[in-house]
Ligand binder design. Structure first.
Ligand code: ZN
Length: 209
């Protein structure tokens, strides 16, 4: 898989109702968007090192989409033409820091976009999938399933997310979209092994250090 050096990561927050409940967040009227820089990428099952600025480092398992065409102001009905691969990633979040930023009304970036916070696993071809809005995915930690989701539970489906984001940001080949996390987020600790599955496909397998 090739990822351009000048790619960007567009991430979606609060896109699953049950997750919003667990964090006491309201369901948004429009997609909630934040960005991660390319320095946030962690790939090839490299270990994740817990940063020293958080005591509450959370995993968020998310379906990710790789953009394969240049696009701006994309209509939802044409959005499917802008990707051909779907994958699984982890949006690592310094929850303690994010809580403080939210209380102060500040942007989330330092709690969400720090180095190695965007784990990008493998991708599979969209053509292998019947309906991208009905795919199960889950995360196992040390062999136990800790988070489970299905893309049918998204508040805003993938094509609407792409359309909405493209009103503000030109989408480029190689850009990645994180589509939000379902309920079941939680803390990681040193020594944990994280394995992610999209349907029955294993998409990543790495350790926390
Ligand atoms: Zn997330």
């Amino acid at each position: 898989m090739k990822i351009n050096d000048d790619m960007k990561i567009i991430a979606i927050g609060q896109n699953y109702k049950e997750h919003n409940k667990e964090l006491n967040s309201r369901n948004p009227q429009e997609p909630v968007i934040f960005m991660k820089p390319d320095s946030a990428i962690l790939r090839n099952n490299k270990p994740f090192y817990i940063p020293d600025f958080s005591e509450e480092l959370h995993y968020e398992t998310e379906v990710i989409i790789k953009i394969n065409r240049l696009g701006k102001n994309i209509a939802p009905k044409f959005a499917h033409r802008y990707y051909s691969e779907i994958g699984l990633g982890v949006d690592f979040t310094a929850r303690d820091l994010q809580r403080k930023l939210k209380e102060e009304g500040h942007p989330w970036e330092i709690s969400k976009a720090f180095d190695s916070s965007a784990v990008i696993g493998n991708f599979i071809s969209v053509s292998e999938i019947d309906d991208i809005q009905n795919i199960e995915f889950h995360l196992d930690i040390n062999g136990q399933t800790v988070q489970k989701g299905n893309t049918k539970d998204m508040i805003f489906p993938v094509n609407e997310l792409i359309s909405y984001a493209s009103r503000f940001f030109t989408l480029k080949i190689g850009d990645i979209m994180f589509t939000g996390t379902p309920a079941g987020v939680g803390k990681v600790k040193t020594g944990d092994r994280l394995e992610g599955y999209l349907s029955s496909n294993k998409m990543f397998d790495f350790k926390i250090k």
